[in-house]
Design a protein around this ligand. Structure first.
Ligand SMILES: Cc1cc2nc3c(=O)[nH]c(=O)nc-3n(C[C@H](O)[C@H](O)[C@H](O)COP(=O)(O)OP(=O)(O)OC[C@H]3O[C@@H](n4cnc5c(N)ncnc54)[C@H](O)[C@@H]3O)c2cc1C
Length: 400
């Protein structure tokens, strides 16, 4: 009999178990995986982008955007850095507030393992759970290692991204079993795919990388980023696409500004007077050459023959303005996403309107808690998802 059973020994589950254990509660930490926290291990290219200095509610998607405020305020990136200092783990900022371990993400796993041990947490690794049931005022977990009883249950089973690492929808099943609502889950921070035939003329751009502006959606569902984009043989990739994928809805266009922060029309018009150079030469001076080549080639195929060879002095203002507008507002409709196998996170999850924002407890069922990615709070790319895992785990661990 435990005070608390935490289901899922990942980022949020270990943090929650450590905090609760160090408060004197008897905690069991249960996971079907043999190895601890596989997602921490592989994150950030093996160096774990463990937080972001600027993490705040605006960096998260949720049907209930204010829900994450309290937990994020109660445990900040600075609090996590203080924990790293205590464990003598060194780190560095890569860019845009993204913090990574100097050595390996293993050091974060070892730190959390030590914090759990300091709280006397009982490990139940390699322990699949077949059923979760109410047991009087508490809960009963039927597992491969026998029945585990606990007064309170924390579900920290994460999202469905990377099923090959043991990700499941078990947390969502438990939520539904106990009558909680679930916001439809789907892959996020995921490459977007494009129709191969449609993409073929752009395949020659594979390898071109540049900073772009990107947007999709309307109103509250609008996402907008300034990030790096990479052209590949089959479509677009890079941080820009991962970011916008979390906001993208099937059938909707994404709009790419291929020359962000500039007024390309004004730049082209200013270069017109008495200029005998071809438009192709001028554009290649303002923009990546391969992109200029491919772009003008496509424009010619789309019904503007002779565009590339047009002398600047002879180019009608209207033509230059139209070209600049196309470059600033390139609208394209992805055919889909690369799915959970390639996604970094799941968006959607347990509907936060059924949870208490200070404790993560189910309003309708005292004693049942949900933390981490299983909850409908999804961070941007850049360390935000781990910050949510730490913050929601701590909020719950303190309240148990
Ligand atoms: C490739 C990749 C790279 C990433 N890089 C970053 C990054 O650098 N920065 C960042 O902020 N975020 C990153 N993320 C996202 C981040 O890993 C997650 O958001 C975070 O781990 C969520 O924490 P969690 O504790 O909710 O879930 P998890 O850490 O996924 O832990 C869930 C645990 O539950 C267990 N579990 C699942 N189902 C069951 C079940 N049925 N029975 C028992 N146990 C179960 C799993 O084995 C796992 O141990 C990355 C994700 C991926 C896939």
């Amino acid at each position: 009999m435990f005070d608390v059973a935490v289901l899922g020994a990942g980022a949020a589950g270990m943090m929650c178990a450590a905090v609760a254990g160090q408060r004197g509660l008897r905690v069991a930490l249960v996971d079907h995986a043999q190895r601890l926290a596989e997602k921490i291990r592989i994150s950030g290219g093996g160096r774990c982008n463990f937080t972001n200095l600027g993490a705040g509610p605006a960096n998260f998607l949720s049907e209930n955007p204010n829900f994450c405020r309290s937990a994020l305020a109660g445990y900040t990136p600075q609090d996590f850095l203080a924990l790293l200092r205590r464990h003598r783990i060194s780190w560095h900022e890569k860019h845009r507030g993204q913090l990574f371990c100097d050595d390996s993400s293993e050091s974060i796993i070892e730190m959390l393992r030590a914090e759990c041990d300091a709280g006397g947490v009982r490990w139940r690794m390699g322990c699949p759970v077949s059923e979760v049931a109410r047991d009087g005022q508490g809960f009963e977990l039927r597992t491969a290692q026998g029945v585990i009883r606990a007064s309170r249950l924390v579900v920290a089973t994460g999202g469905m991204a990377i099923p090959q690492l043991g990700a499941t929808d078990f947390g969502l099943k438990i939520a539904r079993q106990f009558g909680l609502k679930v916001v439809e889950p789907r892959p996020a921070l995921v490459p977007l795919t494009f129709d191969p035939a449609q993409w073929q003329p752009l395949a020659a751009l594979a390898g071109v990388a540049l900073e772009v502006g990107l947007r999709t959606g309307q109103g509250k569902a609008r996402g907008e980023f300034l990030e790096d984009l990479l052209f590949t043989h089959r479509g677009l990739s890079g941080p820009a696409i991962l970011q916008i994928s979390s906001y993208w809805k099937p059938g909707e266009p994404i709009v790419v500004d291929l020359a962000p922060g500039r007024d390309l029309a004004a730049e082209l018009l200013a270069l017109k007077s008495g200029n005998r150079q071809q438009l192709h030469t001028v554009l290649a001076g303002l923009w990546p050459r391969r992109l200029a080549d491919a772009w003008l080639h496509l424009a010619e195929r789309a019904g503007r023959p002779g565009l590339a060879a047009l002398r600047m002095a002879d180019a009608p203002d209207k033509t230059l303005r139209a070209l600049a507008q196309d470059i600033h507002q390139w609208s394209l409709v992805p055919s889909g996403t690369a799915g959970y196998k390639k996604a970094e996170v799941m968006r959607g999850g347990v509907d936060t309107r059924g949870l208490d924002q200070k404790t993560m407890q189910a309003k309708a069922l005292p004693g049942l808690y949900f933390v981490g990615e299983a909850v409908d709070v999804t961070g941007w790319l850049g360390g935000y998802n781990f910050q949510w895992a730490w913050a929601s785990g701590v909020a719950c661990g303190r309240a148990l």
